[in-house]
Design a protein around this ligand. Structure first.
Ligand code: ATP
Length: 247
């Protein structure tokens, strides 16, 4: 460890053709805890996570600096960045519903190095108990656990997690927030999340994007305790959650 943040992103710009989808993004993720990445629909949250992994839309570019524990990742290929320890859990979770928990984990084993099953089962013992259950028959919270477990298997040192509660019933949202709180004790998380109750529960720091740039960085509590700020940045009351895209 360098003593600085585990992840330091500076001047991150992602283009699609001549258009900048996000520009000059700066954010830090410390070695412990959850940083929430917030913003209205289309503000650039997913684009930022993908940009950290070096991914741009077809015909686009990623520029800027992404340092993991002091090591520059910009310019490297995505699989190299992942291998350095940045795990990504996409919005759709990427699970195979017809396969068992054990099979889903096996498919996620890293090609280089030993899979760390001990770490996965230490954080999520339930996955061991459910090894033979088909992923598609598990609850939303259990599926999220499996999606996160798959990334831990590859020895991720930091997780980028995109809207893990999207489309879930309120009870399951609470379940997923518990899963993430538990996980955050083992690995730091940069979390895209629209449900402010979950953000309040999990995040110490919040970064808010507006139209592709950073409009707020600070204590999550400072943001949440200022209804006017929440309304102006996120377009909702602080008790609610931002509108989800109809899908
Ligand atoms: N492949 C692409 N080509 C061109 N524009 C894109 C592409 N992907 C996303 N965009 C645009 O980039 C902007 C940011 O999209 P992004 O998905 O990052 O937003 P978001 O904050 O994650 O939104 P949401 O909360 O709705 O998921 C949007 O205006 C979107 O239309």
């Amino acid at each position: 460890m360098t003593g600085g943040p585990l992840l330091a992103v500076r001047d991150l710009t992602v283009t699609a053709g001549a258009v900048s989808l996000v520009r000059d993004i700066a954010l830090d993720v410390p070695a412990k805890g959850v940083v929430a990445l917030l913003g209205r629909n289309g503000a650039g949250k997913t684009t930022t996570l993908r940009g950290i992994l070096g991914l741009a839309p077809r015909g686009g570019r990623v520029t800027g600096s992404v340092c993991l524990d002091g090591g520059e990742q910009a310019g490297r290929l995505t699989h190299q960045i992942v291998r350095s320890g940045i795990g990504y859990v996409a919005e759709n979770r990427g699970l195979f519903g017809a396969l068992t928990v054990a099979e889903n984990l096996r498919l996620a084993e890293p090609r280089h190095g030993e899979p760390d099953y001990d770490r996965v089962f230490a954080v999520f013992p339930e996955l061991k108990d459910r090894a033979r259950q088909r992923a598609g028959t598990m609850s939303g919270g259990q599926q999220q656990m499996l999606a996160l477990g798959r990334v831990l298997l590859g020895r991720a040192r930091l997780l980028l997690v995109d809207e893990p509660t999207k489309g879930l019933a309120p009870k399951i949202v609470t379940e997923v927030a518990e899963v993430l709180a538990h996980l955050a004790e083992a690995v730091p998380i940069l979390l895209v999340e629209q449900k402010l109750a979950a953000v309040r529960r999990l995040a110490r720091t919040a970064v808010v994007l507006t139209d592709g740039h950073v409009a707020f960085t600070g204590a999550a509590r400072t943001l949440m305790e200022d209804p006017e700020l929440v309304r102006s940045l996120l377009g909702v009351g602080s008790a609610g959650h931002t509108r989800e895209v109809a899908s």
